[in-house]
Design a protein around this ligand. Structure first.
Ligand code: ZN
Length: 289
């Protein structure tokens, strides 16, 4: 589907998804900016994520230049560096910042007394941004991370997904629960909808949830296969090098799953399988990411 690019500057593109929802495509290789988004309702302008200091400055300027009103609200999809590094800029502004309740401890500086207000979300909450109904939901245990927040624009049937719905070669499991993550994606898929706005990659059709879930399931199957011969103690003692060895050994094998993982994730295949192996060990041992 052709979508109108309404703004292009600083290697950033702002793309109209619906009259209420805009995708902010960042240039990761050149400027370290993950993607973001804008939600618009009348005079209310909300931004999603604060990927770098420069990006946060730019998003405030873009709110005025592209949408004609100052930024009032910010949503944070999770707490990885490439989504919150620009927060110091927003902390100096009279903004209301929504995030998972589990992220508050990380993003609100100790003793913070500035003009921004933080609101933590737990479970599913509906917010009316002017006349626009927005559903905010956290994850029960963890998906991409325990601190994920999904932002669904109800009328438009679109979700701003952060890293929960990214491209298949950009899956990160450093704080993930892959089993719970795939389950969440299948629930999202079952609800139906139109478009997914990811933190990395391009705007996806709704079927992308299932594609990601299927691929994570495949990685989990492969990861369990890698861990099969190990005792509890050996699994708990796996460091980065040993996990990488397990992953590369598996991927070098002749199995159909190994081939699918190689073909799908390309240069990221070994990293993704290694991280899933580590996530599965964390899940078994109850270790915190
Ligand atoms: Zn992330």
């Amino acid at each position: 589907m052709e979508r109108e690019i309404v703004y292009q500057k600083n290697r950033v593109e702002i793309v109209r998804v619906t009259p209420n929802l805009y995708f902010r495509r960042g240039d990761m290789p050149a400027r370290r900016q993950s993607n973001g988004a804008f939600l618009i309702s009348g005079e209310v302008v909300a931004a999603v994520d604060a990927t770098t200091m420069e990006a946060a400055e730019e998003m405030m300027a873009e709110a005025l230049e592209v949408f004609g009103h100052p930024l009032r609200y910010v949503f944070l999809t999770h707490g990885d560096g490439d989504y919150v590094a620009g927060l110091p800029v927003f902390l100096e502004q009279p903004l209301t910042i929504f995030c998972s309740h589990r992220l508050l401890g990380q993003v609100v500086p100790e003793g913070y007394d500035g003009p921004a207000t933080f609101l933590g979300i737990e479970g599913v909450q509906t917010l009316w941004l002017g006349g626009l109904e927005v559903e905010l939901s956290t994850v029960p245990i963890a998906a991409h991370s325990p601190r994920d927040l999904l932002i669904r624009v109800i009328r438009d049937e679109c979700v701003v997904a952060g890293d929960t719905g990214v491209s298949l070669d950009h899956l990160y499991f450093h704080a993930a629960d892959p089993v719970e993550w795939a389950r969440l994606l299948r629930d999202m898929d079952a609800r139906g909808g139109r478009a997914i706005l990811p933190g990395h990659g391009d705007i996806y059709p709704w079927s992308h949830w299932k594609e990601v879930a299927d691929f994570i399931d495949l990685l989990v199957r492969a990861g369990n296969e890698c861990l099969k011969g190990l005792t509890e103690g050996e699994a708990a003692a796996l460091d980065d090098d040993k996990s990488t060895q397990l992953a590369s050994g598996y991927l070098a094998g002749p199995g159909a799953d190994a081939k699918t993982i190689r073909d799908t994730a390309g240069a990221s295949a070994e990293r993704e399988l290694r991280m899933v192996i580590q996530a599965l060990v964390r899940k078994r041992t109850g270790a915190k990411a």
